[in-house]
Design a binder for this molecule. Structure first.
Ligand code: NAD
Length: 276
């Protein structure tokens, strides 16, 4: 069940649960976390050039000696690497650091001004088979509409901040209509706003003998969303994966829906100063 996957528009399957490694900068810590996750059944790791740890992810996977095709690896092109040539070079540097010859998923990390040229390079890399699926991150509806109007391949994924207080309902519905899979970053709310102690989530946890974190992750799964919770703590890595042996009812889902405040915890994708 841990390898339960979602099929992208081009037929590629993405494991619905992956390990996020944002802010894990210490080599041994990262290698330990990836090893713990893979031994527990995870088959998907989400990194990015800007996290500064692609090389350690590569080392961890090499140490585990699992066949390349059994692990789903995502990386992302950062804001200052946008543009056609720049993106080709950034991609090559990422796979070199990871020690692989293809990526399963490559994402535009944020909608920086030159994302159309960036996407053209990604389409070519995809057509050459160097990337199995291509997508974007932090794209709003207006970015997606613009990209789709100026390209040939619709992004297969959009990775966006999503948690019960910011469920992204409108973007979710738009993406569903266009066959773009919703992937949640900060699926647990990044440990902010005391979300994991929210009484509604704690109460539902008691009902199923699960933690609030597990209730949240299950809520994402029920919505058809891909989750990449981050932890370096072995018992939490395992806790975050123990979400395939129960399900939430319509009533539970409706109760969690009441937590929507419409407020992000993190960066606004339309913050122009940040995108440059
Ligand atoms: P998250 O929602 O995964 O929360 C991580 C925090 O929750 C950490 O502090 C961790 O210690 C804590 N935690 C994890 N499991 C727990 C548990 N079971 N019980 C209690 N606490 C727990 O936030 P995130 O790391 O920001 O997001 C997940 C991944 O998404 C990242 O690691 C990264 O790969 C990706 N990401 C992408 C973007 C983007 O712009 N595309 C931005 C942020 C994160």
């Amino acid at each position: 069940a841990l390898t339960q996957s979602i099929t992208l528009a081009n037929g590629v399957k993405i494991p619905q649960l992956g390990l996020g490694v944002f802010l894990v900068k210490e080599e041994n810590e990262l290698i330990q976390a990836v090893m713990t996750a893979v031994l527990d059944g995870y088959r998907h790791v989400d990194t990015a050039m800007i996290y500064g740890n692609e090389q350690y992810v590569g080392e961890a996977l090499k140490g585990l000696e699992i066949p390349r095709e059994e692990i789903f690896i995502t990386s992302k092109v950062w804001n200052y690497d946008h543009g056609y040539e720049e993106t080709k070079a950034a991609f090559q540097a990422s796979i070199d650091r990871l020690g692989v010859d293809y990526l399963d998923l490559y994402l535009i990390h944020w909608a920086s001004p030159h994302y159309i040229e960036t996407w053209k390079a990604m389409e070519e890399l995809y057509n050459e088979g160097k990337i199995k699926a291509i997508g974007v991150s932090n794209f709003q509806i207006h970015h997606l509409e613009d990209l789709m109007a100026h390209s040939t391949i619709t992004p297969m994924i959009n990775q966006i901040e999503t948690h019960p207080e910011f469920p992204q309902n409108e973007l979710h519905d738009f993406m569903k209509k266009h066959g773009i899979v919703h992937e949640a970053w900060g699926p647990l709310g990044q440990g902010k706003n005391d979300l994991l102690n929210n009484p509604v989530l704690v109460k539902l946890g008691e009902k199923y003998n699960k933690t609030a974190a597990q209730i949240i992750l299950r809520w994402h799964l029920e919505r058809g969303v891909v989750v990449i919770p981050k932890s370096v703590t072995p018992h939490r890595i395992r806790e975050n994966a123990a979400i395939f042996d129960f399900s939430l009812t319509k009533e539970d889902m409706a109760e969690i829906a009441t937590l929507n405040t419409g407020t992000r915890y993190a960066k606004d994708p339309d913050d122009e100063a940040f995108l440059l």
